[in-house]
Ligand binder design. Structure first.
Ligand SMILES: Cc1cc2nc3c(=O)[nH]c(=O)nc-3n(C[C@H](O)[C@H](O)[C@H](O)COP(=O)(O)OP(=O)(O)OC[C@H]3O[C@@H](n4cnc5c(N)ncnc54)[C@H](O)[C@@H]3O)c2cc1C
Length: 409
């Protein structure tokens, strides 16, 4: 095996660019299956990533066993919902709906898990570029040249690999304003009047076309932020400042970061054989809650599984195997994730346009809030969520009836 640090060209089956939750997952699974692979990131770990750090409960089965035991985390089992900073309605579901972590710690541990699985890793590589050559790809990672049969682009919301390998796709985003990313602002801070740290706090109505959040961390700090899902926020810092004021929260001004949230409609999958666009690089981010960690890990898992499956077959040496794998992965994204995200985007159009209505209805009928949380536990996706929501709301219209009861989580 060629040692890392050697400048001779390296030949691998798969190169993974970006080692956030998506890339580290792909690398761990590929290495565990004995696929020759390398993971590259421009950062050195631990590194921060602007994020609320809420890991939904449905993510756990996709992580290595006992993974969260290795890092500090706060369990949240309820929601505290406010409307424009007013009085909250709290609901505890009696079981975890999300685990609150700091991304520097979580991502570092994910990279370590990939390393333990045998993935070779290059970090602190300032420039990485890729081009198609013959049936495969050539990557330049600093002074290294890497030949790969498949590439996992896991380099986040501003993916360089997507720009290099499918420039037409990036032009398409530039030409269509509706495909531009959503915006957010966030920082860690403290609350002058602490709230229940077993709950995620969500405010509707303060942020135009989106929501504001306070997620508790194990060290008593809070991940605070705002995001808009009906279009880019015109002034994310201003909206964030208003939220901080309403929460009486303190953050260091220089700690406030704004960051894009990719719009799932912007990226076209399956255009380049052998290219797996995973996580934010593939715009695989839920357009209703802005949840991306679960989808980063899920997409990387499905992509890696498809490649492992094809490379385990007898004809693994043919390039057709890699193409079949990337095609199967693109089908998964377009056939399973996109229809659900389309429904999530429709819900966003209703909820973030009429947040007061949603707040009032959940105050009268808390069961609807449990339904909301059921997406995070994996009991519902947006399509089944919408069906259940409509059914319950119809029941409310029948005089003398209460909403259907029963476990939502
Ligand atoms: C303010 C905010 C709050 C959020 N809160 C939540 C939340 O609470 N829960 C949730 O589930 N999701 C949340 N998200 C979404 C979540 O952060 C992302 O969806 C998730 O990080 C995507 O993971 P990823 O691995 O695809 O990309 P990333 O985590 O962005 O990782 C990309 C990696 O690629 C590397 N990289 C970038 N460019 C290059 C390059 N050119 N060459 C080499 N390496 C490169 C970076 O250093 C990084 O390590 C939030 C997002 C934002 C902006």
């Amino acid at each position: 095996m060629t040692p890392v640090g050697d400048v001779r060209p390296l030949h691998v089956d798969a190169a993974v660019v970006g080692l956030g939750p998506a890339g580290s997952t792909a690398l761990r699974l590929l290495a565990s299956a004995g696929i020759s692979c390398i993971g590259i990131d421009r950062s050195t770990f631990p590194r921060n990533k602007p994020c609320g750090g809420g890991i939904s409960a449905r993510t756990l089965p996709l992580l290595p066993p006992g993974f969260l035991d290795e890092i500090p985390h706060q369990i949240t089992s309820g929601i505290s919902l406010t409307f424009r900073g007013g009085p909250s309605q709290n609901q505890d579901f009696g079981r975890p709906i999300a685990y609150q972590v700091r991304r520097d710690e979580f991502d570092m541990q994910m990279v370590e898990a990939a390393r333990r699985a045998g993935g070779r890793i290059l970090t602190g590589v300032e420039t990485v570029s890729a081009r198609r050559e013959g049936e495969g790809f050539v990557l330049r990672a600093g002074d290294r040249v890497i030949h790969a049969r498949a590439i996992f682009a896991a380099d986040g919301a501003t993916s360089r690999i997507l720009r290099d390998l499918d420039p037409e796709s990036t032009r398409h985003i530039r030409d269509h304003p509706a495909l531009r990313p959503f915006t957010s602002a966030e920082a860690f801070g403290t609350l002058r009047h602490p709230i229940d740290d077993r709950h995620v706090a969500i405010d509707l109505g303060l942020v135009t076309g989106g929501y504001a959040w306070s997620f508790p961390k194990k060290d008593s700090s809070w991940g605070l932020g705002v995001a808009g899902f009906l279009g880019p926020l015109s002034d994310p810092r201003g909206e964030f400042a208003r939220y901080l004021e309403s929460r009486q929260a303190a953050v260091g001004e220089s700690d406030v970061l704004t960051w894009p949230l990719p719009n799932f409609r912007s990226v076209r999958h399956g255009r380049v054989p052998g290219l797996f666009l995973v996580g934010d690089a593939g715009a695989i981010l839920d357009p209703f809650l802005g949840e991306g960690i679960y989808y980063a890990i899920l997409s990387a898992t499905r992509g890696a599984e498809a490649l492992i499956r094809e490379l385990s077959r007898k004809d693994r040496e043919t390039e057709a195997a890699v193409t079949r794998a990337s095609t199967a992965y693109a089908h998964f994204v377009k056939g399973t994730l996109w229809p659900d995200f389309s429904q999530g985007a429709r819900l966003a159009q209703v909820l973030y346009r009429f947040p007061g209505f949603f707040f009032r209805i959940t105050r009268r009928h808390p069961g609807l809030l449990a339904l909301y949380a059921s997406v995070l536990t994996g009991k519902h996706d947006y399509r089944s969520f919408s069906r259940a929501m409509i059914l319950r709301t119809l029941f409310l219209l029948i005089p003398g009836r209460t909403p259907l009861s029963g476990p939502a989580l």
